[in-house]
Design a protein around this ligand. Sequence first.
Ligand code: F6R
Length: 610
Amino acid sequence: MCGIVGAVAERNITAILVEGLKRLEYRGYDSAGVAVYTNDEKLERLRRPGKVSELEQALAEEALVGRLGIAHTRWATHGAPCERNAHPHFSGDLAVVHNGIIENHEALREQLKALGYVFTSDTDTEVIAHLLNHKLKDLRDLAVALKATVKELHGAYGLAVISAQQPDRLVAARSGSPLVIGLGLGENFLASDQLALRQVTDRFMYLEEGDIAEIRRDSVQIWDVAGQAVERQTVQYSDGAEAADKGEFRHYMLKEIHEQPSVVQRTLEGRLSQNQVLVQAFGPQAAELFAKVRNVQIVACGTSYHAGMVARYWLEELAGIPCQVEVASEFRYRKVVVQPDTLFVTISQSGETADTLAALRNAKELGFLASLAICNVGISSLVRESDLTLLTQAGREIGVASTKAFTTQLVGLLLLTLSLGQVRGSLAAGVEATLVEELRRLPTRLGEALAMDSTVEKIAELFAEKNHTLFLGRGAQFPVAMEGALKLKEISYIHAEAYPAGELKHGPLALVDNDMPVVTVAPNNELLEKLKSNLQEVRARGGELIVFADEKAGMTNGEGTHVVQMPHIHDILSPILYTVPLQLLSYYVAVLKGTDVDQPRNLAKSVTVE
Ligand code: F6R
């Protein structure tokens, strides 16, 4: 989603801004731009639709050299992704970049037009530029004018502003969209994600909700939502600049799929004793809180929501705890009845997803027992605002389509299930010790599933000419089928739908013919025979079957049936293992179709607007 980078220094900052934008590319965007207060004492900008490389090319032809600047990658919300709508937006001699959405932009636009301001874009952001310009006329000081401006904005914003009138500073405001200040020696920076600045500093200061900041070369001043001057803690990272490197792999997505054995291992590290889960992995108060839990409400979006759906099967089957799962965009706007002693669980790779964050904030007013975030980013808003946290250790995920984040979330959710069951005494005898043992073997099993890479690559050829696909699963494999369908549609643009296999005859069977491949996952469990009957129904209508089946499931290749044998695994862990071939399948189909695997069209990595 949109990205912001800013810099104030003694040296030319254009290359730093562009490098920052490149580091944010993985978030997804459709245009890029930069504004610099040049050494000729003019505010100038360059903007391009498309990739940062196109902006870079334009800068090579028309250099902008200066010591103060802001830059942006835009993911279109108001107005098409074209140069005119790309940020920075100018009003007089000030420039603004903005992440988020201003909900009252239409009313403000009318007021500003009446005052004589001329709009050159369709964006909500241009309203901010003109409003700020207007306030600046009376208030004179950029930070003071920004404070007055944000009071009139409804919605979400991360803002960075520079002005030719006050060229020794950049000012910023955060409400609903993260911003971080990067601290240098005699130079300071701003970005929507610290990753953008790791090439210039390892010291950061995170703005909090409602903060306004004035950043100069040698000072940083922050005011909180009440207008009080505040200090924010400085965080130092010691691990050096994180390498964004594909290594031997052609795409980040493939690299991240192959990292799953090691990141699952990391997610388990320090969280298991000989035969139990260590409940304190969820925080020092976890044991006391978990003992009170009688219900669980899970809220998440997209892939993370699918992880929550798998967890419902586990929580009810293993720990005997009723569980509800809902997508955050629905939960946040619904009148919810909260059962007593319900634990509110959010799941998120980024920890910045706007709907999930808003749902957490609403939940705090609704009387939940406590909140727990299962999240991959320790410094995210979701983690900061939750009572308990379990960090997945997936490492940085760059491919827009989530892979290793999902499997590590599942591991975290199984640890949660076992912890709740352990504390409440609701697990069947021996279950925890067995599953702890199985979890320890999981990285090896995942490695075996990855070894099927070239088999799956061959199967992918069956899909290259198809326009529709059906994914089927039963029990906890139904959310796995949903995740498989989401991956395929996201990166190959093939329409894919997932159904619980038992629902086939209630409608979707009408779609099945020899142009509709049907993908299914078939672990060796008590639902296997039922699933086999459903698959017969598909074959009888000429549907081609692709089945990822347990080696002991007794399923073999036949006319119109392609069976890929999967290593045997304990049924409870099978959703984690069976996800892997579905990830590989969508990856190879997308490669065959020649799509942009790591940055699929219209999608963003971190969805920081609702
Ligand atoms: C799909 C995908 C998205 C995210 C969703 C939630 O591959 O990546 O569906 O899962 O946008 O994002 P997080 O987990 O960051 O809250």
